[in-house]
Design a protein around this ligand. Structure first.
Ligand code: ARG
Length: 457
């Protein structure tokens, strides 16, 4: 870093250099860094701050550096603190004196803010694509199993029958909200910080609007101090990612439960399951477990950055360099989890016979029988009590409700008649014919609507 150590009498201690370096992880920002520098050099020339020839030499140098990095030939030097210094010092080597002018009217503080915004903008695009991919897999599974019935649960106790498609579409909705959260986050990422300088703005006649246009941003930041010290946009992405992972973790947990011998609702494809090193019969849902497990590290990164940012005085502080590793890992973890979950859902085999059998157990139609009494004139609270006693009576006899004689029903209420036998899993589904309900017609329409939504980018 010889070119920024004019003030010092000796080089930084080796340990200090290693401790303060971000190059091992921020080299990942090389494309964003070079893109920002290309736009900056073009702007400097347009404003007459450097000559066109100098800008051309800078641009040619930056493009050759990009090639070097992509071909693995770039000399990453450990003593160059970060990607910004690494690229600039190489530029001075390849472009000479012109390279020494690139950093005019710029600071690494607005530069790194720009790089992270460019990176996050791309990450949001990839994340939305990943979320859409999983939505499509859920829709395909729901569409292929339109008539499959399963028990719906509350407290993980059998509650009321639902269509499997209805259950899967619940996850579609969660992912839809995740997509909206990322789109909303993008609005605040979409702000161009260059021109803020180190903290106070720059002393040159620059054109920030031109930079914003060149770099595809909708607007420029309004306050230089804020622009170099704000990491809200990373926190927002990470908060949306944490919520998204929480959704994926719930889906993963259901697949773990459903694939157990006790439930036996689904079979996870061999390509998405693993074996045990000792128990030959085992087929473990490790992918789902890891999706569930990795949620913890994504939450951790959100908490870590919130804690890093807490109490920092304005403007830039070196603490903020700690934003990167956790952020990159959040993006990587979320994208990988979305992709692998989409593959697992797309290849899932549903055991419709087993889900139906499960839906016929556990006095699942008790609510429907209470509703039956209400239709015959009983108050709901009273009907609830009557059916509660009926269930306890049947349970004591070890019978299902359908196994009781009409005379037995009548002991609990004179309102029971032969038509109580018409209450079935199918009728239970059919009567829940409200917007958002599990009636087959409603679910078919919800599925069609989901298809239309998922067709969007
Ligand atoms: N590596 C630094 C970071 O990631 C870049 C900005 C450094 N600015 C400074 N004044 N040291 O935050």
């Amino acid at each position: 870093m010889s070119h920024i150590r004019g003030r010092f009498s000796k080089p930084a201690d080796k340990l200090v250099a290693r401790y303060t370096a971000s190059l091992p992880f921020d080299r990942r920002l090389y494309r964003q860094d070079i893109r920002g520098s290309l736009a900056h050099a073009r702007m400097l020339a347009k404003q007459g701050i450097i000559t066109d020839k100098e800008a051309e030499a800078i641009a040619a140098g930056l493009l050759s550096i990009q090639k070097e990095i992509e071909q693995g030939k770039f000399p990453f030097k450990a003593e160059l603190e970060d990607i910004h210094m690494a690229v600039e010092s190489r530029l001075i080597e390849v472009a000479g004196e012109a390279g020494r002018k690139l950093h005019t009217a710029r600071s690494r503080n607005d530069q790194v803010a720009l790089d992270m915004r460019l990176f996050t903008r791309e990450a949001i695009g990839d994340t939305v694509k990943g979320l859409r991919g999983l939505q499509r897999a859920l829709i395909a599974l729901a569409g292929a199993n339109k008539k499959v019935v399963m028990p719906g649960y509350t407290h993980l106790q059998v509650a009321q029958p639902v269509l499997l498609a209805h259950h899967l579409l619940a996850y579609f909705e969660m992912l839809q909200r995740d997509i909206e959260r990322f789109h909303d986050c993008l609005k605040r990422v979409d702000v161009m910080p260059l021109g803020s300088g180190a903290l106070a703005g720059v002393a040159y006649d620059i054109d920030r609007e031109f930079l914003a246009k060149e770099l595809g941003f909708s607007r420029v930041s309004r306050n230089s101090l804020d622009a170099v010290s704000d990491r809200d946009f990373l926190l927002e992405y990470q908060a949306a990612a944490a919520i998204g992972m929480m959704h994926l973790s719930r889906l993963a947990e259901e697949l773990v439960i459903w694939s157990s011998a006790e439930f036996d609702f689904v079979e996870i494809d061999d390509a998405y399951a693993t074996g045990s090193s000792i128990m030959p019969q085992k087929k473990n849902p490790d992918v789902a477990e890891l999706a569930r497990g990795k949620t913890g590290r994504v939450y951790g990164h959100l908490t870590a950055l919130l804690t890093t940012m807490k109490g920092l005085p304005l403007a830039y502080n070196r603490d903020m360099q700690e934003d990167k590793e956790g952020f990159f890992d959040t993006v990587d973890t979320l994208l990988a989890t979305l992709e692998v979950m989409a593959g697992m859902v797309a290849t899932l085999k549903v055991k419709a016979g087993n889900t139906l059998k499960a839906a016929e157990r556990g006095y699942i139609l008790a609510t429907d029988i209470a509703d039956y009494l209400v239709k015959k004139g009983e108050a709901f609270r009273t009907a609830h009590e009557i059916v509660g006693r009926l269930v306890s009576y049947a349970a004591a006899k070890g019978k299902a409700l359908s196994g009781l004689d009409l005379s037995e029903y009548k002991k609990f209420s004179p309102r029971f008649a032969e038509d109580v036998r018409d209450i079935t899993v199918a009728s239970s589904l059919a009567v829940r014919d409200v917007t958002g309900g599990t009636a087959p017609g409603r679910v078919a329409r919800a599925l069609a609507a989901a298809r239309r939504m998922a067709a969007k980018g």
